[in-house]
Design a protein around this ligand. Sequence first.
Ligand code: PEP
Ligand code: MN
Length: 339
Amino acid sequence: MIISTKKGTPLQELERIIKNFECMGLQVTLIRGTDYNVFGLVGDTTKVNVKDVAANPWVDQVTRVSAPYKRANRLFHEADTVVDVNGVRIGGTEPIVVIGGPCSVEGDDQICTIAEAVKNAGAQMLRGGAYKPRTSPYAFQGLGTEGVMDMVHARKMTGLPIVSELMSADKIPEFEENVDLMQIGARNMQNFQLLKEVGKMSKPILLKRGLANTIEEWIMSAEYIMAAGNDNVIFCERGIRTFEPYTRNTLDLSVIPIIKEKTHLPIIIDPSHATGNYRYVEAMSLAAVAAGADGLIIEVHTDPEHAWSDGAQSLRPEKFAQVIEKCRTVAAAVGREMY
Ligand code: PEP
Ligand code: MN
């Protein structure tokens, strides 16, 4: 971090600033100029808040040289992290993982039928929401515990590990016991209390990008989970809000190389919520694989027209199988395998 102070800053003030940073365990180098003074801070500056430093009226400019995150940072952890989800490995040079399933669990028959179908189509994991973050309080809110237990039954039948959204800390014991991969939804990406709590869990976390969050904010949310003790974080891009109404969200595929450059964690793409339309899911899946995604999470339903949520963006199992087959060709072209 580099800090410059204003012309005429009193010596006492310079000494006070230096002492402050030294008390934080940082090494401070002062370069004295005729008019301006510049400080260089060396050490773990993740605890230093740029805005707090800039609040000092004698401070002119504050520049962060390193990123504000440490545990997620590729600089301090060169090798790719591979996350193991109940036997399915995601990240690094592992094969690309495909997760399929309905937006919402609608009952035991529905989830078991779809689980068999996504397995036969070539998926390695089953998704299904039991607690749903709906925009309207009058919309279906999910089957709750019953839905989780239906997912457990579907796992028993198919052997597919299960992913489901955890919306509140009070359900952590239920999820710790039953779910393999905890989804933190877009709307909860900055629910810091929840992030701290899931950071204490022993199960891996699927961290979706917030509706309107920057990449740095997203990485900082992963940092929250990791700082609380859980290093098994997988990023999931699901599209961000833009001015464009033809798609539900705008899929930002540039995050793949950026997340891989800045962090060592795996990243998967959700083309279903990104587009909101089943017609565009195939194209975006192929593009995601071409861009280096470690996996895909796709909504699949046997009867999309009557789905209790997100039918418009759900693929029928036959189409889902075709998408996976096409992805294989693209994966091979970019030197990746698929399970
Ligand atoms: C979902 O996966 O069904 C979901 C609600 O996703 P998101 O949090 O990305 O909107
Ligand atoms: Mn959905």
